[in-house]
Design a protein around this ligand. Structure first.
Ligand SMILES: Nc1ncnc2c1ncn2[C@@H]1O[C@H](COP(=O)(O)OP(=O)(O)O)[C@@H](O)[C@H]1O
Ligand SMILES: [Mg+2]
Length: 224
C-alpha cells in the first residue's frame, strides 16, 4: 500500500502509556492535520513515527515497517520530523543548516545545491539571510529554516509539530500557503499538528482528533 498506514499504535514514556491504539492513514500526497487538546498525545504520535519514542503496533510507509527502527534509519526511509522545538543549529549559517539537512538523504547525494535553491523559492526570506547564523533569525524565520532543512532530505513523509505556533494570523496563513505549495510540488505526505481548527481545515485533505491518547477520524474535507 502506498502512503502511511498506522494500526493500533501504542507508545509512552516508561510505564506511562500515552497512546492507546491509534489508527491513522495518509494517502499519497495527502495533508493530514491532527487536532486536539494539550497533553492528548499528538507530539508523542509524531515521535513514535520518527523513532524518537518506541512504539508498538504497526506503522508502514509505502509498505515499509517503521516501528522498532532507530531515528536515523527511519530518516533514511524518507521520514523527516520538524519538532516543536524546531532544531536548527544556531551557530551555523542558514545555508549550512540546509546542507546539513541533506545528510539524512541516502547516497549518492546529488543535487544538493539545486535543492537549496528550491527551498529558497518556498522561503525567499531565507535566501536574503543565507550567510547569517541561524540563531540570529527571528522565531518565524527559524521555523521556516527548520522546515527547509527537513525538505533537504527529500522526505516522502514530513511531520510538522505545531509549525504555526506563536505566529500572527497573517503569518500563519502565509506559512500554510507555502506548506500547501510544498505538498503540491514535491508530492510530500504531511502530518501537521495545529491548534487553530479553521486554519487547519483550510489545508487538510483529512483531519483527526486526538484525545487522551485515542484518535477519531474526522470526515474527508470534501465531505465536510
Ligand atoms: N518526555 C516525556 N516523559 C514523560 N511523559 C511525557 C513526556 N512527553 C510527554 N509526556 C506526557 O505524555 C502525554 C502526551 O503528551 P504530548 O504527546 O506532548 O501531547 P500533545 O502534543 O498532544 O500536547 C502528556 O500527559 C505528557 O505529560
Ligand atoms: Mg505537542
Amino acid at each position: 500500500m502506498s502512503g502511511l498506514d498506522v494500526r493500533g499504535l501504542r507508545a509512552g514514556y516508561g510505564a506511562a502509556r500515552v497512546l492507546h491504539g491509534v489508527d491513522l492513514a495518509a494517502g499519497d500526497n495527502e495533508i493530514v492535520v491532527l487536532l486536539g487538546p494539550n497533553g492528548a498525545g499528538k507530539t508523542t504520535l509524531l515521535r513514535a513515527l520518527s523513532g524518537l519514542v518506541g512504539g508498538r503496533g504497526a506503522a508502514a510507509l509505502d509498505g515499509v515497517a517503521l516501528l522498532g527502527r532507530a531515528p536515523d534509519e527511519i530518516a533514511r526511509l524518507g521520514v523527516a520530523h520538524v519538532t516543536q522545538e524546531g532544531g536548527t543549529f544556531g551557530p551555523l549559517t542558514v545555508e549550512e543548516n540546509l546542507r546539513v539537512g541533506a545528510q539524512a538523504r541516502p547516497w549518492p547525494r546529488r543535487g544538493v545545491s539545486e535543492d537549496v535553491s528550491r527551498v529558497f523559492t518556498y522561503f525567499p526570506v531565507l535566501q536574503a539571510h543565507l550567510g547569517r547564523p541561524a540563531g540570529t533569525l527571528s522565531g518565524g524565520e527559524q521555523r521556516m529554516l527548520a522546515i527547509g532543512r527537513a525538505l533537504m532530505a527529500r522526505p516522502r513523509l514530513l511531520l510538522l509539530d505545531e509549525p504555526t505556533r506563536g505566529l500572527a494570523p497573517q503569518a500563519r496563513s502565509r506559512l500554510f500557503g507555502t506548506i500547501h505549495a510544498i505538498n503540491r510540488h514535491e508530492g510530500t505526505i504531511m502530518i501537521i499538528v495545529e491548534h487553530n481548527v479553521a486554519a487547519a481545515l483550510e489545508v487538510a485533505h483529512r483531519a483527526y482528533l486526538v484525545e487522551s491518547g485515542r484518535i477519531a477520524d474526522l470526515r474527508a474535507r470534501r465531505r465536510w
